[in-house]
Design a binder for this molecule. Sequence first.
Ligand code: C2E
Ligand code: MG
Ligand code: MG
Length: 413
Amino acid sequence: MERAWRVRRQHDSAHHYIDRPFGGTALQESVQLTAKLFHFPMAQINLMDADLEYTIAAVGTGVGPMPRADSLCHQVVRDGKTLVLADIEHIPASARELDIQAYIGVPIVGREGLVVGTLCLLDTVPRPFSPQQILDLEAVAAVVRDQLELMRRLGPVPTGTAADSAALAGAVELGQIVPFYQPVVDLRSGEVRSIEALARWHHPDRGILMPAAFIPLAEDSDIIIDLDLAVIRQATIDLARWQRRTPDLRLNVNLSARHFDHLDCVSRLTGVVTSAGVSPESVNFEVTETAALAAHPGDRSFLGELRGRGFRIVLDDFGTGFSSMEQVMRLPIDGIKLDRSVTAALGSRVGDAVVRALLGLAGDLGFDTVIEGVETAEQAARARRSGCTHGQGFLFAAPLPANDVLDHLRSAG
Ligand code: C2E
Ligand code: MG
Ligand code: MG
């Protein structure tokens, strides 16, 4: 690609990430954990266009834009290569003024396949870097890239008014939030093993609304707790009916982190499930990494307590969070669901390697593995060959209204 054209394309690609407000704390948590893991006092996540470097998350330094030419990361973005400056001899004058004596920056590649920024570590004393440390930091940068990608895909976080929240709370109360159901299938036999309940809002004026239109607003307050409980209540009633035909059928339900702010959450969840006549052994709770970490306040382990009641815990959207490798191993969970951004990468050399590595880790730990967002037979085959046991996605079935589930179970055998 001609150089000026490439710079233009890189600039445009970076602006897909720069031009959106970064709500939430995920990037900040990532950069903090990076500094801690590598024992550096300073770390940054930077995006870079043709003129400026934007520090969007940082430990030990400020955030905000600065001229690209003054930035140590400029070279990393220009060359698309990791840059290591281990001692003062090699540090440019601009950084020496800041007392920086060691630097390592690794590129972050955007959706367009071009470098859009960096993850970097800085120190005021000279530091050697081992080849393994460089590889490790590059692996972390790949996870940061996934976080940025997820934020780009989700779009701006809607900020609802108090009236919107009141309308949503009313909808939960009136039974307008109902689950649709998407099968989770055994990748070898094609049999339906479980059904994930996914909330839909039957809005009186606007038709059926998808979770993206109301879950973020619900998550802003404890409305999400009542919403989740309403979905679980209806889904367990439906499951009890379907289990008469398919006794081993399981149910997957999504749990917000907010449940774990309440000491009685375990008994509340257990009560809703058992009052529908369903055994906790039939239910998988899906939690994201954020929720899984929130489930361990102080000495309590709500996940451990839920497992004690017989529920299984599945880590949702695996591969998009930062804590994946380091913290997942310590969590009391039974399985992981690989996020569909991971699925979409299948078929490329790197994508296949990442999936194999994640599944290898999960297998070693004895976790169940589900791959989400499977849209093609080829993805299913690749996932199966990489050792994944279960799949979910449009290839098998889109989320279905409750009335279509029995027909689907019959036709799927
Ligand atoms: P999730 O739990 O990761 O659910 C999977 C999402 O991927 C669903 O989106 C599903 O419709 C979609 N999907 C499934 N197969 C495919 C595929 O082959 N290709 C593509 N492109 N997408 C696929 P949905 O229903 O829009 O739900 C979005 C998210 O909203 C869920 O992600 C979950 O995090 C949240 N959510 C849904 N229902 C509830 C709920 O009752 N409580 C809570 N707390 N969160 C919920
Ligand atoms: Mg889920
Ligand atoms: Mg998911």
